[in-house]
Design a protein around this ligand. Structure first.
Ligand code: CA
Length: 221
């Protein structure tokens, strides 16, 4: 899951980025409100973690602007322990959840996974397509009753396709969701990962829509 982190405190930001990476998130980090707004509008993030006290543009103002511009990416707000009015205002402006500082990383990661799930209309930590089942938080994949080992990117790709089951995603859209800043993407990277997924799972799991992209069909749909 690719997320945007907006935090101006260097120590906290560094810790959050490292911790979220360990939990399997791809993290791009911005340090001011204007950069946050710009990246949220132009990038393809599955969620954002937003500190309210940001330079150049306050977090609340960023949130307001994003919702006015119809950016519907889920936003989780970081607040101080005693800032109840902030929380209420944030929720009114379109924040989807909040976490109180000092941040418990396991809680933050769980809340982010839940936000992404809900934004795709899913309620469970487990996603299933035919005989393939993934446990998102544990990053495990099962086919029938057998566990299958996937690389990090293969898992992320399978997760993205399963979240969007029934929709066609282009190669560019998949690249955007799978690679954060600082990663060179080989032109055939997605094709190679798809090939591996078909080989490790089964060939019909992922359909190629010629000239458009890839999709996973709902069984029977
Ligand atoms: Ca701050």
């Amino acid at each position: 899951m690719r997320i945007l982190l907006a935090e101006d405190d260097l120590l906290l930001g560094d810790g959050l980025r490292a911790g979220l990476r360990q939990q399997g998130f791809l993290v791009d980090w911005v340090r001011d409100g204007l950069a946050c707004e710009r990246e949220m509008v132009s990038g393809d993030y599955q969620a954002a973690v937003l500190d309210l006290g940001l330079p150049l543009k306050d977090g609340m103002e960023v949130l307001k602007a994003l919702r006015q511009r119809k950016v519907s990416t889920p936003v989780l707000v970081l607040t101080a322990r005693d800032a109840v009015p902030d929380r209420i205002a944030g929720l009114d402006l379109g924040a989807d959840d909040y976490v109180v500082k000092p941040v418990d990383l396991a809680e933050l990661a769980a809340r982010l996974r839940s936000l992404v799930r809900r934004s795709h209309g899913q309620t469970q930590d487990t996603l299933q397509c035919g005989s393939v089942r993934i446990h998102v938080s544990a990053r495990q994949v099962w086919m029938d009753d057998k566990q299958v080992t996937l690389s990090t990117r293969e898992f992320d790709l399978l997760h993205v396709l399963m979240l969007s089951m029934g929709r066609v995603l282009s190669r560019e859209q998949l690249e955007q969701k799978l690679y954060n800043w600082g990663h060179e993407v080989e032109s055939n990277a997605i094709e190679v990962h798809i090939h591996h997924l078909r080989r490790k799972l089964y060939a019909d799991l992922i359909q190629t829509v010629r000239g458009v992209g890839y999709t996973m069909l709902r069984p029977g749909g």
